[in-house]
Design a protein around this ligand. Structure first.
Ligand code: ZN
Ligand code: ZN
Ligand code: ZN
Length: 314
């Protein structure tokens, strides 16, 4: 493991420059305090960010039907079906989430479609097979408020007084194409696998200043260890005991929480992120702020020149 204790050492000029560029991004912050503050101390520490990724595969099988359009059929006549985990399938990209559907070989047969009784059509669910629906404007009465016909009585302009309208779902036919066989009347019936590839990510942060710990997760630092194996080992021997304990617990918890999945690959990454705690005097009182990450981001919740009305902006 690389040494990380003295990465990111900053001097007064660096710190002031970082604070000024942070202020420049916040249009209503004043620069005066940053220029004039007295820097008393810059304490460099290293935050540690550990990420454990477990790339897992889960397989579920179920019967499935789709349209038989005359294609080749791989049925029991071709041999015994393989077991669920013998069916060939690989992930497109390691550590990327995806789902795949695979037909289990030698399980397919052709049969008449049950849903439509091999007719290719089913009654329209919107109009219950009638081809028309009650007019919603007049609630089926045919009477309206604004239009008057030649005999003087008012009728509904939406349905022309019929009280009903053609069903748009089935175009007035009363029947729609069967969703299972798509009108082909026959279906392929086979066992289908749903294969889920999931990257489970867990993280641990050690950051010992008063700055919120999570801030170091999304900034650059130094990678001090990265490993990728079928199963990674905890960080035994690493200098920080708390981090060793955390890695042991996370690797064990990970195994337990994905018990019904197969772990294909694990990756662990440990990074050190520089955090400088700056003690200063600004506007006559003691203050502190933090410069963190290789990007030198700033966390300065108490910066005094934040007035939005512009009264203290110099
Ligand atoms: Zn109507
Ligand atoms: Zn209909
Ligand atoms: Zn059908």
């Amino acid at each position: 493991m690389a040494d990380y204790k003295d990465i990111g050492q900053l001097n007064e000029e660096d710190v002031r420059e970082a604070l000024l560029s942070y202020i420049a991004q916040n249009c209503c912050y004043g620069k005066g305090t940053a220029r004039e503050m007295r820097i008393n101390e810059i304490k460099l520490t290293s935050g540690l960010h550990y990420v454990l990724e477990s790339y897992c595969e889960k397989r579920l099988s179920s019967w499935h039907q789709d349209a038989y359009t005359g294609q080749l059929i791989d049925g029991p006549h071709n041999g015994h079906p393989p077991s669920v985990w013998q069916v060939p399938c690989t992930a497109s990209n390691l550590f990327a989430n995806e789902s795949k559907y695979v037909e289990v070989p030698h399980t397919c047969t052709v049969m008449p479609c049950h849903l439509c009784h091999a007719s290719g059509y089913n009654p329209c669910h919107q109009c219950m097979g009638r081809g028309w629906r009650r007019c919603s404007s007049c609630r089926g009465s045919g009477r309206g408020m604004h239009s008057t016909n030649s005999s003087g009585s008012s009728h509904c302009i939406s349905c022309h007084g019929h009280g009903m309208k053609k069903c748009h779902t089935c175009q007035g036919e009363g029947m729609i194409l069967c969703v299972v066989c798509q009108g082909y009347k026959q279906v392929r019936n086979y066992i289908r696998l749903k294969i889920d590839y999931t990257n489970h990510v867990s993280e641990y942060v050690i950051e010992r200043t008063e700055m919120p710990d999570h801030l170091i997760k999304n900034v650059e630092g130094q990678v001090i260890l990265q490993q990728q194996f079928a199963a990674v080992s905890p960080l035994i021997g690493f200098l920080d005991g708390e981090m060793v304990e955390a890695s042991i617990k996370m690797i064990n918890d990970d195994k337990a929480s994905h018990a019904n999945e197969y772990i294909l690959q694990q990756r662990q990454t440990l990074r050190a992120v520089p955090v400088s705690e700056v003690h200063c005097m600004w506007k006559g009182s003691a203050g502190q702020f933090w410069v963190y990450g290789n990007e030198r981001k700033i966390h300065a919740p108490d910066y005094p020149d934040k007035c939005c009305c512009g009264c203290s902006v110099l």
